[in-house]
Design a binder for this molecule. Structure first.
Ligand SMILES: Cc1ncc(COP(=O)(O)O)c(C=O)c1O
Length: 450
């Protein structure tokens, strides 16, 4: 390995970091992580902290998940790659599809289409949704509806259904025919409604209104995250997603659940759709499917959708979509081991318990620090703290403040993530009680430093 000075000096010289300006990485040197074990990461200076970010919402089983590491190593020896495009397959991907079918059976999802990550999974679901309608002779159903504040990755389709200008403006014009409705975000919304149940109804009315305006027969699908992650951990009222499902069914619109973050236990339920009692037509997964150790994803497909594709004899169901790394055998082997370990450890239980611990602790911090305007979470290990300059006015905090909290929290023992005015927590689901206390005391130090 190059020495420490070389790495620090060249960190942003020859590489552009995602999600920031190249000049920002040059002036604010990113933390260089060089090692990790369990729930902890270690930087180039030897400073070790609890990873309150869980990689990027993906290292659910922590950094020492030996069965996944061994499965990857063994698969590299046995078959490091083979395509599953028409005419060939591989043993591991067949086995994985069967396992996923069993895992997602309670969600009514019985087929898998494999991808290389979350954005690919979103793109796949959007495309297959349009194709579904074409197979059925409704070729006018091409539009997509989604939520403001939603995040669906960075491909052009995903960016078009994204609900945050930061991921859209620089890349416009995006896909035509994508329309957004207000998110059920009770801290800020255009209805000035703070009651979550009433707000859910208002957002559902906005959805019905938009469908009537666009014409139901022009809309292919509605896509949403069961709990909005990157948008600041926005948890809809329990009536919201079932309400969306009912409206979609009534209007012949497919429902895509983007569970790139929420699948495999993060919310304290095995899937976000199951948390809300919803059966989507497609579910996008990635991230924790391999514990972040291999770039991989899967779109799970409902039986009713599968029947339309599989029953077609016109040729319209030929899938003209797929990735070189769809069904990668090393990714499939990683996912098989990861799924087995996820179930063996029953991570949903710990996610719920540690999530409750963090929820209580962060709400205590809210009583202590007026810079905390809103605390969001309450379902497993995805939480957010929204900073404000003034609680009554809910005015935006000074731009540097979330970063100051993050830096002080890091020095005090925990990595947390900044997204706009929010501090976001998405630690591994194997977090211990002591780890959660460390995150809370680090955040306390972070806010005390303001
Ligand atoms: C809900 C959701 N969808 C899609 C994506 C995109 O996934 P990827 O970054 O793996 O392409 C993300 C990434 O954070 C996500 O949170």
């Amino acid at each position: 390995m190059k020495d420490e000075n070389f790495l620090k000096a060249n960190n942003a010289r020859s590489l552009w970091h995602p999600m920031t300006a190249p000049s920002d990485s040059l002036t604010n040197a990113p933390t260089i992580i060089t090692g990790a074990s369990g729930t902890r990461i270690r930087d180039i200076d030897g400073h070790e902290v609890v990873d309150g970010v869980g990689g990027l919402w993906n290292v659910n089983l922590g950094y020492s998940c030996q069965p996944v590491k061994e499965a990857i190593a063994a698969q590299l020896e046995a078959l490091p790659y083979y395509s599953i495009f028409r005419g060939t397959s591989n043993d591991k991907v067949i086995e994985l599809a069967e396992e996923l079918r069993a895992f997602f059976a309670p969600d009514g999802l019985t087929r898998a289409f494999f991808t290389s990550g979350g954005s690919d999974s979103v793109e796949t679901a959007l495309r297959l949704a349009r194709q579904y309608h074409k197979i059925r002779g409704e070729s006018g159903r091409v539009k997509f509806l989604s939520l403001k504040k939603g995040y669906h990755g960075t491909h052009i389709g995903g960016a078009s259904v994204n609900g945050n200008a930061n991921f859209r403006s620089a890349y416009e014009p995006l896909l035509p025919g994508c329309h957004h409705i207000p998110a059920p975000y009770d801290y800020r919304n255009p209805f000035n409604e703070t009651d979550p149940a009433r707000l859910a109804q208002l957002c559902l009315q906005a959805l019905e209104d938009e469908i009537a305006f666009q014409g139901a027969g022009t809309i292919a699908a509605f896509i949403m995250e069961p709990i909005l992650g990157a948008g600041g951990v926005i948890t809809p009222h329990p009536s919201f997603m079932p309400g969306v499902e009912a409206i979609c069914r009534k209007n012949g619109i497919l429902l895509i659940a983007d569970e790139v973050i929420t699948a495999f236990g993060r919310t304290g339920a095995w899937t976000g759709s199951r948390l809300w009692g919803v059966k989507p037509d497609f579910t996008c997964t990635a991230k924790a499917i391999t514990n972040g150790y291999f770039p991989f994803g899967a779109v799970m497909i409902a039986e009713s959708v599968a029947e339309v594709f599989e029953g077609d004899d016109t040729g319209r169901a030929a899938i003209g979509h797929g990735y070189t790394y769809s069904g990668h055998p090393v990714g499939a082997a990683a996912a098989l081991a990861c799924l087995a370990e996820t179930k063996r450890l029953n991570v949903v239980e710990n996610a719920a318990a540690r999530g409750a611990q963090l929820w209580v602790g962060i709400n205590r911090l809210k009583d202590k620090y007026s810079a905390i305007g809103d605390v969001r979470g309450g379902h497993g290990l995805m939480l957010a703290i929204e900073l404000v300059a003034d609680r009554d006015a809910k005015s935006a905090p000074p731009k540097a403040q979330p970063g100051q909290v993050q830096a002080a929290a890091y020095a005090a023992g925990a990595m947390v993530r900044v997204s706009g005015p929010n501090i976001i927590l998405s630690p591994p689901l194997v977090l211990t009680q002591a780890d959660a206390e460390t995150i809370l005391s680090a955040l306390d130090a972070g806010f005390a430093a303001l």
